[in-house]
Design a protein around this ligand. Structure first.
Ligand code: PLP
Length: 381
C-alpha cells in the first residue's frame, strides 16, 4: 500500500463551516476573519494581536514593511529555508544576508548571525525549522545589543512552544504563521501575523488592505458614512477571505490534537529508527512543544547507501517523501545575486546532500508508519 507524503485532515465541520460562509452571502474579510484572529491570539496565549493575511509570505512582507526595512538595509536569513523567507526582503529593496544553520536543530546559527551583523543590518528572520523553535534567547540577545528587530518565520511552528511560552508570544517584532494547504493547519492559502506591539499591528492592518484607514478618516472628519475612508499609504491586497477564516477556525479547534498525533508519529520514528546509521531530528528541550511539521532524517557517514539510493527504495515501495530544502545558496537567483557557494554554508550543504523528509501528518495510521519504518530499515540496516 502506498503511503503519501501528506494527507489533509479535514472533517465535516470544516466543510459545513465553509458552506455556511458561502450561504451567508459575505465571502471576503468579515466576521469570520475577526473571530479567527481573536481565537488564534488566544491560542498563542493571549496578550497579542493577530492579523489574518492571505499567506505567510504576505505577512512577512507586511512585518518587514512595518519595521521600515528598505534599500540599503540588510536582513539576516537562514540559508536552509523556503525562498519566501528571503524573497520578502527583496520586495522592499533590502538585501538578504544568508547564514548557516546549527547541525542539530537546523535552525539559524546565532554565532554565524553575530559574524554577519554590519552597520546596515536591521532585522533577523529566524525559521523554526520543521516546528522546533530556533535559539530565540541567543538571537534576542544579539538583537538587543545591535538594535535589530526579529521577525519569526513560524510557517512550520503552530502549535509550538519555547521555554514554556507559545511561539508567537516572545515579544519579538512579529511572528508570522502559514496556513498553506500542507502546513500544520490550513485555510487553503493564508497566514497570520502575531505581535504584542500595537503600532506594528495597526500598520499591518492598514497595509494588508490598500492602505485604507477608516480610523484616520474619522479622526479628521468626525463621524462619517460607512462608505467613507482615507488612504494613508500605497498598501497591498493581502487580506484573508471569510471562507478561509471559517476553515481556519475549525482547523484551530483540532490543532493541538493533530499536533499530539504527529508527536506520537515522531516518537515512533525515533524509537524505530534510533539504532540505524541515521541522524534523527532532536526532541525539543524540556517540556516545550515541537510542532513536528517535518521529520527530516540524515544518512550518517556509515550508512550503506546515499540519498538517491534511499529515494529509489522509497519510490519502489510507493512511500512519499520530500526534501527540505535545497539550500538557497544553490538557487540560481540567490547564488548569482550574492556570489554564494557551498563552502560558505558547510552545515546546510552537508545536511542537504544526506537529508530526506519522511511523511508525518496527523491522519497517518500506525500501519503507514510501520511501512515507512520497514522500508527505511531494509534500505539502511
Ligand atoms: C510554507 C513556507 C513559507 C510560505 O508560506 P505561504 O503561506 O505559502 O506564503 C515561508 N517560510 C517557510 C519556512 C515555509 O515553509
Amino acid at each position: 500500500m502506498p503511503v503519501p507524503y501528506f494527507r489533509l485532515e479535514l472533517g465535516d465541520d470544516e466543510i459545513d463551516a465553509v458552506v455556511g460562509v458561502l450561504k451567508s452571502g459575505w465571502l471576503t474579510t468579515g466576521a469570520q476573519c475577526a473571530a479567527f484572529e481573536r481565537e488564534f491570539a488566544a491560542a498563542i496565549g493571549g496578550g497579542v494581536q493577530a492579523i489574518a493575511v492571505n499567506s505567510n509570505t504576505s505577512g512577512m512582507h507586511l512585518a518587514l514593511e512595518a519595521a521600515n526595512i528598505g534599500p540599503g538595509d540588510e536582513v539576516i536569513v537562514p540559508d536552509l529555508t523556503f525562498t519566501a523567507t528571503a524573497e520578502v526582503v527583496r520586495y522592499l529593496g533590502a538585501e538578504a544576508v544568508f547564514v548557516d544553520v546549527l547541525p542539530d536543530t537546523l535552525c539559524m546559527d546565532p554565532g554565524d548571525v553575530q559574524r554577519a551583523i554590519t552597520s546596515r543590518t536591521k532585522a533577523i528572520i529566524p525559521v523554526h525549522f520543521g516546528g522546533l523553535c530556533a535559539d530565540l534567547e541567543a538571537l534576542q540577545a544579539l538583537a538587543d545589543k545591535h538594535r535589530l528587530v526579529i521577525i519569526e518565520d513560524a510557517a512550520h511552528s503552530f502549535p509550538a512552544s519555547y521555554r514554556g511560552k507559545m511561539v508567537g508570544n516572545h515579544n519579538t517584532f512579529a511572528t508570522v504563521f502559514s496556513f498553506y494547504a500542507n502546513k500544520t493547519i490550513t485555510t487553503g492559502e493564508g497566514g497570520m501575523i502575531v505581535t504584542a506591539n500595537e503600532a506594528v499591528a495597526q500598520r499591518c492592518r492598514v497595509m494588508r488592505l490598500h492602505g485604507i484607514d477608516r480610523d484616520a478618516f474619522r479622526r479628521f472628519q468626525g463621524d462619517s458614512a460607512a462608505w467613507a475612508y482615507d488612504i494613508v499609504a500605497p498598501g497591498f491586497k493581502y487580506n484573508l477571505t471569510d471562507m478561509g477564516a471559517a476553515l481556519g477556525r475549525k482547523q484551530l479547534e483540532r490543532a493541538f490534537d493533530m499536533r499530539d498525533r504527529r508527536t506520537a508519529i515522531a516518537d515512533a520514528y525515533r524509537q524505530a529508527l534510533g539504532e540505524l546509521p541515521l541522524e534523527l531530528p532532536p526532541a525539543p528541550p524540556g517540556n516545550d512543544l515541537h510542532a513536528w511539521h517535518l521529520f527530516p532524517i540524515r544518512l550518517a557517514a556509515a550508512a550503506p547507501i546515499d540519498r538517491p539510493g534511499l529515494e529509489a527504495a522509497l519510490n519502489a515501495a510507493g512511500i512519499g517523501y520530500s526534501v527540505h530544502y535545497t539550500p538557497l545558496h544553490r538557487m540560481t537567483y540567490w547564488k548569482e545575486r550574492y556570489s554564494l557557494s557551498d563552502n560558505r554554508f558547510p552545515v546546510a550543504t552537508s545536511y542537504f546532500e544526506r537529508c530526506l523528509s519522511l511523511p508525518i501528518f496527523s491522519s497517518m495510521t500506525q500501519d503507514e508508519v510501520q511501512q515507512v519504518v520497514s522500508v527505511i530499515r531494509d534500505a539502511v540496516a
